[in-house]
Write a protein that binds this ligand. Structure first.
Ligand code: GTQ
Length: 347
């Protein structure tokens, strides 16, 4: 772009503009209209071996009642001072101890959970109790009441994913505390799981209003076999075998703002690099491997979480000769797709 003439007159003019709350576009055009997405978000990996002791220590020092939610937030080093794992997504690791209740509340930001460790915990979503086992995937969509509790004997830990940074950016956040600690259980336990987790068979007597997924828990006992049963012909060159947790009524993403996936990398599998105009958070569930992000290698094993910024090249590999690797991930793809801003590029 041609540079406008520099002169004392121009400088004086520019300096005087601020008092009218205006500014010259021509000084910032290139920064605003970047050829491709730019973000301060950094690729980053949080190690389970570092997080777990800190989380258990937080359990000794702070009760769930005091904290409301006892969570260690995964803060992207490129977004200092912000509660954000990528520019749109938030992830945290939540701990609930035997006998505790994390009191009921609701908010417009959508939340998802992937259970990492421990037996005996549950979430109640709009009056439906959902017992949670490791590997289960649980939703608390926009404005649904939710509380967590544990009737077990061990600490229970899960990954939380929320669209908090996006909601903050769009000033769409509403929050309401429950009037009581716990909700009344107004529905049978696991009502939605029993009604909606049978592929292709939907209840005739009810259809959800509001477009939100009626299925609130996707059990590991169903998800893992579904993934492992996929033949090689199902493999994508970029992701290996990959399933999406969908809204069973629409076939679309399980939450309005976030899409969630389970993927399998076979022993020795190496995927092709690609970039997409979405940001993502991954949790390594089984096995160990590497993800090469913009030339940098992130080494992961079970419980490790990593973030991939938007429009950043990434490829996965499972170097094991015998063991599969399983990754859970979520992204802001539904937002980018809804707005017509989704793009991808093979590299
Ligand atoms: O469990 O309701 O990590 O409200 C952040 C905000 C979890 C939750 C988080 C929340 C929750």
């Amino acid at each position: 772009m041609a540079q406008p003439t520099q002169s004392h007159e121009v400088d004086t003019f520019l300096a005087g503009l601020a008092q009218y709350d205006v500014g010259p576009l021509w000084k910032v055009l290139g920064k605003q209209l970047t050829p491709t997405p730019e973000t301060p978000v950094k690729p980053h990996l949080w190690r389970w071996k570092d997080l777990r002791p800190q989380l258990l220590r937080s359990g000794e020092l702070v009760s769930a009642a005091e904290a409301e939610r006892r969570v260690l937030m995964l803060l992207n080093p490129g977004l200092e001072g912000r509660v954000a794992t990528t520019h749109t997504l938030y992830a945290g690791i939540q701990l609930i101890l035997p006998g505790e209740v994390a009191r009921t509340h609701r908010h417009t930001p959508n939340a998802l959970r992937f259970i990492m460790e421990g037996q005996g915990a549950y979430t109640v979503v709009d009056g439906e109790k959902l017992p949670m086992q490791p590997g289960d995937f649980v939703l608390t969509p926009n404005w649904t009441w939710h509380e967590h509790g544990s009737e077990g004997t061990q600490p229970v830990v899960w990954l939380d994913g929320l669209d908090l940074p996006l909601a903050g950016m769009l000033a769409g956040t509403f929050f309401e505390p429950g009037r009581t600690e716990s909700q009344d259980l107004t529905k049978p336990v696991e009502n939605s799981t029993r009604g909606y987790q049978r592929g292709g068979l939907l209840p005739t007597w009810q259809r959800p209003a509001g477009g939100q997924s009626p299925l609130l828990k996707y059990a590991w006992s169903e998800a893992r076999p579904a993934l492992m049963d996929l033949g090689r012909d199902a493999d994508s060159p970029f992701d290996g075998a990959m399933l999406e947790y969908v809204n069973p009524v629409t076939g679309g993403p399980s939450l309005a703002t976030m899409a969630s996936f389970l993927q399998r990398l076979r022993p020795g599998q190496k995927t092709q690099a690609r970039r997409q105009s979405v940001s993502k958070v991954y949790l390594a569930v089984e096995g160990a491997g590497q993800t090469v992000v913009n030339g940098r290698t992130l080494e992961w094993g079970p419980g490790d979480v990593f973030a991939i910024p938007t429009w950043t090249s990434h490829a996965h590999q499972n170097p094991s000769a015998s063991q599969d690797a399983i990754l859970f991930s979520f992204s802001d793809a539904p937002v980018m797709q809804a707005l017509g801003w989704y793009r991808e590029q093979e590299l």
